[in-house]
Ligand binder design. Structure first.
Ligand code: IMP
Ligand code: MG
Length: 177
């Protein structure tokens, strides 16, 4: 085992702070969707831990689906495109849909993905993101619900990876390369 695995990570948001904020988000979302059934769409793989923790704190009926996308290109808004690597299992027409994302960085992924999902005629479509790095935005995108605004640092843990590693950390840490 690599002894340096954790030595270059400093804690940015600890487990207790994450849980407290996710609890608040769960309560807010539960109030907003009172009387409705919510389809939560987890954007794989980074959002798996956030989706799990958030869903446990939502009190309206919830359905899960999963999607994996990769975004290519950056810079101008027109050059970025999104490729669907794994599509949803079920139709979302007529449903109240909440996209669950780990982090909004350039904004390209959600800027491209939301119109695609809107085209499938959900009744409503909103986005919750655990983290937001507004300084990095290349295209305009604002989440409906947001956990934390963070500075322009590369973060790992709580689902987020560097080269597929560190997803299991129970906190959000800054990776110093
Ligand atoms: P966007 O399309 O640039 O907004 O990027 C969104 C995706 O990039 C996220 O869903 C993450 O998978 C990845 N990403 C962006 N910033 C970070 C980071 O600091 N750590 C880990 N992954 C990140
Ligand atoms: Mg992601």
């Amino acid at each position: 085992m690599d002894n340096n695995y954790y030595s270059n990570i400093s804690v940015l948001i600890d487990e207790k702070t994450l849980n407290k904020r996710i609890q608040e988000l769960g309560e807010e979302i539960s109030r907003d969707y009172e009387g409705h059934e919510l389809k939560m769409i987890c954007i794989l793989k980074g959002s798996v831990l956030f989706m799990s923790e958030l869903a446990k704190r939502i009190t309206v009926p919830v359905l899960f689906d999963f999607m994996q996308v990769s975004s290519y290109g950056s810079g101008t808004s027109s050059s970025g495109s999104v490729k669907i690597r794994k599509d949803l299992d079920e139709d979302i027409a007529g449903q109240d849909v909440l996209i669950v994302e780990d982090i909004i960085d350039s904004g390209n992924t959600l800027y491209k993905l939301t119109p695609i999902l809107k085209g499938r005629n959900p009744k409503t479509l909103k986005v919750v993101s655990l983290l937001d790095k507004p300084e990095r935005r290349e295209v305009p995108f604002k989440a409906d619900y947001r956990g934390f605004e963070i500075p322009d640092e590369f973060v790992v843990g709580f689902g987020l990876d560097y080269d597929q590693k560190y997803r299991n950390l129970p906190y959000i840490g800054v990776l110093h390369l």
